[in-house]
Design a protein. Structure first.
Length: 220
């Protein structure tokens, strides 16, 4: 029998080619993409912006966010073991994508453009029904880091390898956040329909993001 999840691999390769990244890993949402990226950062300590430490002190697990973003981003940061500081001013004039500063992790939920990938990052996409490639629900991590790519592939699938369950050798604790084949199939169809059109970033204000700095739950 043909593996139905082969369509997910095809979708990943198509997005990687479109975005300009070496690898892509499909997950259930952009929130899941950000969370896995943070967990990898926490465990392996890569993708820090070393030049920015002087501005905020030593590596203290503090991530800067704009005050207006999706709550799931803040939840993911805290669940992954980091703390949040909300920045004002220009931080809230972001368009399409922003950095989880000072990590090389980007939330690109409101941007989907040809060649959008930024080198040496974990670049997280959203395919929610309100986004530019609206498959209904879904997300993806773009990266050029082979080790991270292989870790993400297993981490999203309960720590499993792409073999029958009884033949697997479990070596890590994973998460249940993989993409379903029917979503990947719709993604391929919509991606083909986009063609070479120039796509504009979604408007942050129209997303209705609340001011997260007003809520004590995000202050750890």
């Amino acid at each position: 029998m043909t593996n139905p999840y082969g369509i997910v691999d095809t979708f990943e390769k198509a997005i990687a080619e479109y975005a300009g990244s070496k690898y892509a890993v499909a997950v259930e949402s952009c929130t899941a993409a950000i969370f896995l990226s943070l967990v990898y950062q926490k465990q392996f300590g890569s993708y820090w912006d070393e030049q920015r430490f002087d501005e905020y002190g030593e590596r203290n697990n503090v991530i800067s966010l704009p005050t207006h973003t999706y709550p799931g981003v803040a939840c993911s940061i805290i669940h992954a073991g980091f703390n949040i500081v909300f920045r004002t001013g220009d931080w809230n004039n972001w368009e399409g994508a922003y950095q989880l500063y000072p990590l090389h992790i980007w939330d690109s939920a409101l941007r989907f453009k040809k060649g959008m990938y930024i080198e040496k990052t974990f670049y997280c996409l959203s395919f929610h029904v309100k986004k530019i490639l609206p498959i209904g629900r879904g997300g993806m991590i773009l990266t050029d880091n082979k080790d991270a790519y292989e870790w993400f592939k297993k981490a999203r699938f309960d720590g499993r390898s792409p073999v029958p369950l009884l033949q697997d050798n479990f070596t890590m604790l994973g998460y249940n956040c993989y993409m379903q084949p029917e979503q990947a199939a719709r993604g391929l169809q919509l991606l083909q329909a986009l063609g070479d059109r120039e796509l504009q970033d979604l408007d942050v204000e129209k997303q209705g993001y609340p001011n997260l700095s007003l809520f004590d739950v995000y202050k750890q």
